[in-house]
Design a binder for this molecule. Structure first.
Ligand code: SDX
Length: 445
């Protein structure tokens, strides 16, 4: 069923006033427009800065730089607010489901019952992968990290689905978007099965998105699979929490890759690679490793001390955030989901959960963390839930990637449809050698 996507016209940014920069070395002044958002801080439009004053800006890590005009996700880090298309994450986690949230992120509005049904059916009927792709897995060692497999397999999708790589064709963009959202759980489950030496499990069209994934991950041919509605609901909610998060490192990677006109499969593969980093999506795996390394509540002070020691590279994984200087709203929902999953699994007094909660209690009362506004982030509790569900730590970031594919795809489409869109090409502060003449080999000392 060809779904025609109506690109949302990008209204001119509401209202403009300006700021004046003065170069005290020349006395030259430059007025720069101040762009007004629908919510959040205003931004200074510096596009005329170089032509006007001959200067670049300098902002390593883009701590204060807006890269785009987006309508998808809004974060207020000081208040701990996260909105998907204006809807609070807590309300979506409570009342929505991942397919509805995916529609919302892609199209900007909550779907009607018919739209939700059509969208869910379209995604469901794209969950199978080209059978030839199964042989692609055979090239990996069984002990390959599943994120390495995800980078390779998703990047290779453009070799299987080149009929949806023309990014100038809105229909092909839509087909590629649906294929990516639909096939990520299948590809992820296949990476998990491959690492276990178990046969791949095909998706089932009568199952929901999250329960389909859990069945593909945990079913074996030797017996009928009995899924848990509580665990499927928890998985679905975890996908909602991880779906999008403004211009984070992996989303910015997808946008930058896409800005050159690269095909969507290559762009999403680039996003997966960026997400893998322990400072980003790899933190959920790192949190559990850290908790096991701490091992006992008695050792918490030793690790808190290390986290504060500038000469020690150790950081409290799952703590701190570039934007949130308050509790990550996703972490609160995650903590509640953790209890639900452990109760469902009959896991009471889980020592790792108890250790995590004690670590959180101590850290949140420590001046170092309070002063730097370091709070638990989305990754702090997710690992405990995922491990309890039966996933190895190596699969945690893979699950993050399944969910974040919806956000990446929505942001990628928004970038392509943005009339201001051009190839991303930052400048630099050059501190290397000034021009100098070549020195012949026999003249060098
Ligand atoms: C995600 O961007 C996103 O939105 C990401 C994400 C998403 O949904 O896409 O939310 C997902 O990636 C969550 C973050 C997961 N990462 C971790 O949990 C890894 C541990 N956290 C840190 O690495 C760190 O907090 C970052 C990377 C998350 C943020 O780092 P910043 O913004 O660059 O902050 P910073 O390094 O400038 O730290 C400010 C201060 C420093 O101390 P001072 O130099 O001021 O003395 O806080 C300290 C840092 O040393 N600090 C920490 C710390 N995080 C920051 N000290 C100990 N432990 C920590 N975790």
């Amino acid at each position: 069923m060809a779904i025609k996507v109506e690109p949302k016209p990008m209204p001119a940014v509401a209202g403009q006033d300006s700021v004046t920069l003065q170069d005290h070395s020349t006395g030259k002044k430059l007025d720069l427009p101040l762009l007004t958002p629908s919510v959040g801080p205003k931004v200074i439009d510096i596009r005329k800065l170089y032509s006007g004053l001959g200067y670049f800006t300098f902002d390593p890590g883009y701590t204060a730089t807006g890269s785009c005009d987006s309508k998808i996700t809004y974060i207020d880090g000081d208040q701990g607010v996260l909105l998907y298309r204006g809807y609070p994450i807590e309300e979506l986690a409570e009342h929505s489901d991942f397919m509805e949230t995916a529609y919302l992120l892609l199209y900007g509005e909550l779907p009607t019952a018919q739209q939700k049904n059509d969208f869910t059916r379209s995604i469901t009927y794209h969950t199978m992968v080209h059978e030839q792709l199964t042989t692609f897995y055979r090239g990996f060692r069984r002990d390959a990290h599943p994120m390495a497999v995800m980078c390779g397999v998703v990047g290779a999708l453009s070799a299987f689905y080149h009929d949806s790589t023309d990014i100038s064709d809105p229909h092909q963009r839509l087909v590629a978007s649906y294929r990516l959202i639909a096939k990520m759980p299948t590809i992820a489950a296949m990476a998990f099965k491959y690492s276990l030496g178990q046969p791949f499990v095909y998706p089932r069209n009568e199952l929901g998105y999250a329960e389909n994934f859990l069945r593909m991950a945990f079913a074996v041919p030797a017996e009928d699979y009995k899924g848990s509605a509580v665990l499927a609901k928890a998985m679905d909610r975890i996908f909602i929490l991880h779906a999008d998060h403004e211009q984070n490192a992996s989303t910015s990677t997808v946008r930058l890759a896409g800005s050159s006109g690269a095909n969507p499969f290559a762009c999403i593969a680039a996003g997966i690679a960026s997400l893998w980093g322990p400072a980003h999506g790899g933190a959920n795996e790192a949190v559990l490793k850290m908790l096991y390394e701490i091992g006992d509540k008695k050792r918490i002070p030793e690790f808190i001390k290390r986290a504060k020691d500038k000469d020690d590279p150790f950081r409290l994984m799952g703590f701190g955030h570039r934007v949130y200087k308050n509790y990550d709203p996703r972490a609160k929902v995650m903590q509640r989901t953790c209890r639900e999953v452990l109760d469902e699994l009959g896991v009471h007094d889980d020592p790792i959960l108890a250790l995590a909660m004690e670590l959180e209690r101590i850290a949140l009362s420590d001046e170092y963390f309070i002063e730097r506004k370091l709070y638990p982030n989305v990754d702090f509790y997710s690992g405990i839930i995922l491990k309890a569900m039966g996933f190895p730590t190596s699969m945690f970031t893979v699950l993050f990637a399944i969910a974040r594919t919806v956000g990446w795809v929505a942001q990628w489409n928004e970038m392509i449809e943005d009339p201001d869109q051009k190839i991303g090409r930052p400048r630099q502060l050059y501190t290397g050698a000034p021009r100098r003449p070549y020195v012949a080999l026999d003249k060098r000392r």
